[in-house]
Design a protein. Structure first.
Length: 566
């Protein structure tokens, strides 16, 4: 029997349901046109079976599948899972990385109604163990080069019944995934519906145990529908996939959405700054989903030789910030294509909003560069957004508060976390934990901005300061490749502001020069008081900066009192 602390109260369940309403449209009136992912995939095969769906690129290796061929591959695995005894609503974990077999396992699991638990191989060992056991996974699929690590950390009393090796030479302690063992390349019926649990993805927070975000087919398809609608994606669109598919960005934006619109995917083993544009051009990619670190790497690699021919590539989608105005402008001017900035969380499936796709170049620059932060855009059709104060009261344009959302892309719940669910949904909206504001455009649309994580807001002398505002100033200093404001513990003001800086190649900029440049644009209270230089930023595998991991670097300044220059 589940612990009572794991079960949501009736009040919390009612609040979650209200957080899945869009305006007056109830959750029971679904946006997706399909009843499950498998049904959607099958319908696309019937309509465009011989069209290319997936292209695989790793080094010099290139493989290609049509819709029909990849569906049959998935169906064989689905039938194999059924033969193994995997039932609808049971959880199947993957300890893997970007690979066609990983995609096929995920799709096959959804086709039989199983819930996928994609484990980030970059997680610390204790977190890998926690995720697998917390999820209660009945089976786990492991890449051959990860078996040794997996075996070393697997607890003796593990809940996992089936250990399955994805490919490679057979291991004595693992079953071998063998599509040939399946009796059919067709599936007699799809065992999922819109409310079947599809994905249990764990957040990658910097402190504490990760929380499991539980998503259903409804959320996956609603978000994919709205993303495809926003960009008018069609069968001729081909998305460049370099983000890890253990995360919702890579999985929903560049795998599920192409299936929804009948498009295709260029699946890369991993991101390569030196080959990104080459592969995109060779494969006819029309766009790609990225994070700010990828844009920074592309700018750095091509700082002297920006490619002149991007083929059919027309724009990049970018989220999982923070994206600075400086980096956005540098990328757009170097490569001559727009960044369609957006925002979302695992809890809202992937994206909740994007900068409008049909803006003129002048309007685009206005919203990306003129507000102190690049806009994260306007809500997409599967949800609505607002800015709330601590009491759940909606704020007016320009007022800063918490970004909240509600709609059909909002998660079912945090898995086994009744406490977190009660807090997150206490005002009948999903509370993001991000601070932001909005401004209206001439059409009356709300353009949202994120000014920082509420847990990262620097509280100096009782006054809140946004670290992203300071990031913008630090990163704009000549000789600085990138900079980040860090709130560190200080005995005099509670917190003080420091700057963590990575210099440009060849730059010898000093702490004094950085502080002086920041002082020209920021008042004393808001400017950094000390600079720590480093070679790189701590980031998650999905490219999110881990600001709080830099706090210990400033420990020597806890007792320092910084005086305003006379």
């Amino acid at each position: 029997m589940a612990d009572e602390t794991e079960i949501n109260s009736a009040e919390t369940e009612a609040k979650i349901l209200r957080a899945r309403i869009i305006g007056t449209r109830p959750y029971s009136d679904p946006i997706p046109r399909a009843t499950s992912f498998g049904a959607l995939f099958q319908s696309q095969v019937e309509e465009r079976g011989d069209q290319v769906f997936l292209i695989w690129r790793e080094g010099d290796e290139r493989l290609e599948w049509t819709y029909r061929a990849f569906y049959e591959k998935c169906a064989r695995i689905a039938n194999w899972l059924l033969q193994l005894g995997i039932k609808p609503d049971e959880r199947v974990a993957t300890f893997a990385y970007n690979h066609p077999d990983t995609v096929a396992i995920i799709f096959a699991s959804w086709m039989i109604g199983a819930c996928v638990v994609p484990i980030n191989v970059g997680e610390a060992d204790d977190r890998v163990v926690f995720i697998q056991e917390n999820a209660g996974s009945r089976a786990v699929f492991v890449m051959p080069d990860l078996i040794e690590r997996y075996q070393a950390l697997r607890p003796a009393d593990s809940c996992v019944e089936f250990l399955i090796q994805i490919n490679g030479d057979a291991h004595p302690n693992f079953r071998q995934l063998n599509e040939a063992d399946s009796q059919s390349s067709q599936l007699s019926s799809h065992l999922a519906h819109l409310e079947t649990e599809a994905l249990l993805v764990y957040t990658s927070g910097t402190t504490g145990l990760p929380k499991g975000v539980l998503l259903q087919h409804h959320q996956l398809l609603a978000d994919a529908h709205s993303i495809a609608e926003w960009y008018s994606f069609a069968p001729h669109d081909r998305l460049m996939l370099v983000l890890p598919i253990h995360h919702v960005n890579g999985l929903i934006v560049t795998l599920v959405t192409p299936v929804y619109c009948g498009g295709s995917v260029v699946l890369n083993r991993k991101f390569s700054a030196s080959r990104y544009w080459e592969i995109a051009r060779e494969e006819g990619a029309t766009c790609g989903s990225t994070v700010p670190t990828i844009l920074a790497f592309l700018c750095e690699h091509h700082k002297n030789d920006a490619p002149q021919d991007l083929g059919k590539f027309g724009f990049v989608i970018c989220g999982a910030g923070p994206l600075t105005i400086e980096l956005g402008a540098r990328f757009e001017e170097k490569f001559g294509i727009p960044i369609i900035h957006g925002y979302g969380l695992s809890e809202t499936t992937a994206y909740s909003c994007f900068v409008p796709f049909d803006l003129s170049p002048e309007e685009h620059k206005h919203w990306m560069r003129d507000w102190g932060f690049p806009s994260i855009g306007v809500p997409i059709s599967c949800n609505e957004m607002a800015i709330h104060d601590d009491n759940g009261r909606e704020l007016s344009p320009g007022e800063r508060g918490e970004i909240v959302a509600r709609g059909q892309n909002v998660m079912k719940c945090y898995f086994k976390r009744a406490d977190a669910n009660a807090e997150t949904f206490k005002h009948d909206w999903f509370r993001s934990g991000d601070e932001g504001f909005f401004q209206f455009d001439e059409q009356g649309r709300k353009h949202f901005f994120i000014s920082g994580r509420l847990k990262e807001i620097i509280v100096r002398g009782g006054i809140n300061y946004s670290p992203l505002e300071v990031d913008e100033v630090i990163s704009g200093v000549a000789g600085v490749k990138a900079g980040m404001a860090v709130g560190f513990e200080n005995s005099f003001y509670g917190e003080e502001i420091g700057a963590y800086v990575v210099r440009d190649d060849g730059s010898q900029i000093s702490e004094e020069e950085v502080l002086r440049a920041c002082g020209e644009k920021l008042p004393f209270e808001r400017r950094p008081k000390v600079v720590i230089f480093g070679d790189e930023f701590p980031v998650t595998t999905t490219g999110k900066y881990q600001r709080n991991k830099l706090k210990p670097l400033f420990a020597d300044y806890r007792e320092s009192r910084f005086s305003k220059p006379v």
